[in-house]
Design a protein around this ligand. Structure first.
Ligand code: URA
Length: 227
């Protein structure tokens, strides 16, 4: 891949801006100044990218997959309305490239959120056909018993929907802590299911999406993953 194209794919700037940075000796790759825009490189071999001595996050190409421990009060949207966007949690140059969330979490929901530029992966991971389990830790408003778990597993009818949806697992860890697994990703699904079963969600945390969890990650922390 040509150096100029590589820098553009890293979100560094326009063709003209990248050309200027190269011509002026501002780009260092793997510790070596690269000042010829026509030089070619292998993206997977780039471990370090500096601009004017400042280290930047190297984005794996052509596809990247990110695991984010989403904090509360961030919107899963490029055009947020009430809170900052989850995409604002990433370095500036990453915001110049295509980034799609794999499904959405509500602004007040925390936990596992995958982000990618791989549309096919996104489609596969969110398609109900693939039944990827999503595990949620739900803090309930009212103390519950086994009846709630049974109702959620048997299926509930959501308002404005004429199909029932069910949890594949529903277990109470305490009277107000429910661990619930679903395989679809309908709008506000957990909150609406719990409401349809006669309770209310006070707090919602996604513990797992497929095989991915954020157990050892601080709120707001993110990392590239292999899929
Ligand atoms: N279900 C919800 O109700 N909200 C989320 O953020 C995710 C699942």
């Amino acid at each position: 891949m040509q150096l100029l194209k590589y820098l553009q794919a890293q979100g560094i700037g326009s063709r003209k801006q990248c050309q200027w940075l190269i011509d002026n000796g501002c780009i260092t790759l793997n510790g070596k100044i690269c000042d010829n825009a026509k030089d070619t490189l292998t993206p997977s071999e780039i471990r370090s990218l500096k601009i004017d001595g400042e280290e930047l996050t190297v984005i794996p190409l052509p596809y990247f997959y990110i695991l984010l421990n989403k904090p509360a009060n961030y919107e899963t949207s490029h055009k947020p309305r009430d809170y900052p966007s989850v995409f604002s949690l990433f370095p500036a140059h990453m915001r110049n490239i295509e980034m799609q969330a794999v499904g959405r979490l509500d602004a007040d929901t925390t936990g596992v959120l995958l982000i990618t530029n791989d549309g096919q992966f996104n489609h596969r991971a969110t398609s109900p056909k693939h039944k990827l389990p999503k595990i949620y830790r739900v803090t309930l408003k009212h103390p519950a018993d086994e009846t709630l778990c049974r109702t959620l597993k048997q299926g509930v009818l959501l308002h404005d929907d004429n199909e029932t949806v069910s949890a594949t697992e529903a277990v109470l860890e305490s009277p107000t802590t429910l661990i619930m697994t679903i395989t679809e990703g309908k709008y506000h699904q957990v909150k609406r299911m719990v409401a349809a079963a006669g309770n209310r969600v006070e707090r919602l945390h996604r513990e797992k999406f497929g095989i991915w969890d954020t157990q050892d990650m601080a709120s707001g922390e993110w990392k590239f993953i292999e899929v």
